[in-house]
Design a protein around this ligand. Structure first.
Ligand code: HEC
Ligand code: HEC
Ligand code: HEC
Ligand code: HEC
Ligand code: HEC
Length: 419
């Protein structure tokens, strides 16, 4: 080892790697939005966790499943399987992409692609949505705000009912325009296209269909099927993301990246739509239309009765029933059918127990089978099934008609008249 030499020349300053990070990682941008996002059910909801691995739930409930159906352009069609001779629903993810909670990267496709500001917002999709409930035969395209509502509707759309005989999507036009029976009360009846159970329901995301003014069983009646101005003039983001500037724009637990509209009517004015302020005491644009839809829901429910027993299920428990309080009797959109596990208070006969009778062993106890046998049997006509679907759609859009008053009112009014 020789003597230590003289110090070398200073090198040229490098580019500070942290500079671009700070465009996003600062207290007013990503840090702030991440905190707001804690109030979003996309973050705290548990379905992504519970349904991990389930390829049919993944397109809407998991990040990787959603990204998969978007990037692989998975069609929402049903196709005939020649071996089973039944139709199958193609709108599923694959098992290696059926997990992941809903996070920033679910909706923003390019986070950390280049580590520059151009990575945001880059929405994962704003393309028109081919509707899974129609097997892809109809699409929703909400053009306002550059189509960014289509991002929401890709997930916030109803799931299909399938025909028990063919496996294909249930034909709503058939229910609306012809006379017939979907379930004749006989568990082994050969013409039953629906086998009713507690969970015979239109899945939670009904907002997209109602908002777009499509997706109901459109009985001909006194009211035409038109849509309110919201459908073309407003976007989900307008009312659900409030002003996106900062924490101070949050109204209670609503606005910004909480995605919550409930409790925040400031957006009705700030987006330049309604010129006079709307509050929770405004009659013409809040109290009256909501009261009208609530009355229609109550009336329709009172007509969905068989042999004195309600078809619709009541559930006053506000933690289990997301629509507790929406109707007077707290309907949850499920059916009043007995099930020892999922609906032990159900008051009508569960036809699926039939396969257990005399067939040992079953998951039901003898007492449960005997109790079920004492319950009245539900039958369902095309009209009752159609009205039931319309009730579920209009209940589960949450807003009592604010999303699309004209469409909800027409579906409910014409269903009541038809029944
Ligand atoms: C275009 C905006 C943007 C830029 C630029 C950016 N990030 Fe991020 N980063 C995000 C977002 C969005 C998240 C997710 C935040 C969350 O989940 O709450 C994130 C999350 C992170 C995380 C948490 C781990 C993870 O992946 O979720 C780390 C660590 C991180 N970034 C480091 C960096 C570094 C280092 C740089 C710069 C070299 C950088 N980021 C540049 C937007 C950005
Ligand atoms: C990847 C699918 C997906 C996308 C895209 C999506 N959502 Fe959601 N959203 C969900 C799911 C799933 C839930 C329920 C999560 C749970 O309970 O686990 C939910 C919950 C919500 C809730 C809370 C509902 C409640 O019961 O409190 C609101 C509000 C909401 N989303 C609005 C939006 C808006 C607005 C957009 C578009 C900007 C959007 N969502 C985009 C899947 C999605
Ligand atoms: C087409 C999209 C889509 C598919 C497929 C889908 N869901 Fe959902 N689901 C949603 C949306 C959107 C919500 C939340 C809607 C809301 O609260 O407004 C939701 C809500 C739920 C909830 C209620 C969570 C809560 O907050 O209480 C459960 C449970 C659920 N889904 C289970 C499932 C299961 C199980 C499957 C698969 C068999 C499935 N979902 C498939 C879109 C979907
Ligand atoms: C359910 C979908 C969804 C999720 C999840 C989501 N965003 Fe967004 N984000 C949007 C939409 C929609 C916009 C508005 C885009 C527009 O105005 O064109 C947006 C806008 C933004 C913007 C630009 C506007 C602004 O407010 O500065 C940033 C930054 C952003 N999001 C960050 C995030 C971060 C960080 C997360 C996770 C903590 C996140 N987003 C989660 C849908 C989502
Ligand atoms: C014109 C304003 C407006 C538009 C546009 C709008 N919503 Fe809403 N939405 C509301 C209001 C108001 C409520 C709450 C009703 C209440 O307080 O009972 C609501 C409720 C909801 C809920 C229940 C959770 C919550 O925040 O209370 C979901 C989920 C939802 N909307 C999804 C959507 C989706 C998806 C779109 C776009 C297809 C959309 N909304 C468009 C006003 C709007």
């Amino acid at each position: 080892m020789g003597l230590t030499g003289a110090a070398g020349k200073d090198g040229t300053n490098g580019v500070d790697a942290n500079e671009t990070c700070k465009m996003c990682h600062n207290p007013t941008k990503v840090d702030l939005i991440s905190t707001q996002f804690q109030l979003s059910k996309h973050k705290y909801g548990e379905a992504a966790f519970e349904e991990a691995g389930n390829t049919s739930c993944a397109p809407c409930h998991s990040q990787e499943g959603f990204k998969y159906v978007v990037s692989s352009k998975v069609p929402s069609s049903f196709t005939l399987n020649s071996t089973t001779n039944k139709y199958v629903n193609n709108y599923t993810s694959i098992s290696s992409a059926a997990y992941g909670e809903l996070t920033c990267a679910t909706c923003h496709s390019s986070v950390h692609n280049t580590y520059t500001s151009s990575d945001l917002p880059s929405l994962t999709t704003v393309a028109p949505v081919s509707m899974t409930m129609w097997g892809g035969k109809k699409e929703i395209n909400l053009a306002a705000d550059g189509g960014n509502s289509n991002l929401c509707v890709k997930c916030h759309q109803p799931r299909p009912f399938s025909n028990a005989l063919t496996g294909n999507v249930l034909d709503y036009n058939l229910l609306a325009t012809t006379t017939g029976v979907v379930y004749d009360g006989n568990p082994v009846g050969s013409t039953n296209i629906i086998k009713p159970s507690y969970r015979t329901h239109t899945h939670y995301g009904t907002v997209g269909a109602i908002y777009a003014g499509t997706g109901g069983v459109e009985f001909v009646g006194t009211l035409p099927y038109t849509s309110s101005k919201h459908t073309t003039a407003a976007s989900c983001i307008d009312c659900h993301m409030g002003a996106k500037g900062g924490q101070s724009d949050l109204v209670g637990k609503a606005g910004g990246h909480t995605f919550v509209a409930k409790g925040n009517l400031t957006t009705c004015n700030t987006t330049g739509c309604h010129s006079t302020a709307i509050t929770s005491t405004s009659t013409t644009l809040w109290i009256n239309p909501r009261a009208e839809i609530k009355t229609l829901l109550n009336t329709l429910a009172s007509k969905l009765v068989i042999g004195g027993v309600e078809i619709l299920n009541r559930n006053p428990d506000a933690t289990a029933n997301l629509w507790a309080g929406t109707t007077t009797n707290n309907y949850d959109g499920y059916l009043n059918i007995y099930d020892p596990i999922t609906n032990p208070t159900g008051q009508t006969y569960n036809a699926s127990s039939f396969r257990y009778v005399g067939n040992p062993p079953s998951t039901w106890s003898a007492a449960q089978i005997a109790y079920n046998a004492t319950l009245p049997i539900v039958t369902l006509s095309y009209t009752q099934m159609g009205a039931l679907i319309n009730f579920q759609l209009c209940l589960r859009e949450y807003s009592l008609g604010i999303h699309n008053f004209a469409y909800s009112k027409a579906l409910l009014t014409n269903s009541i008249a038809k029944l």
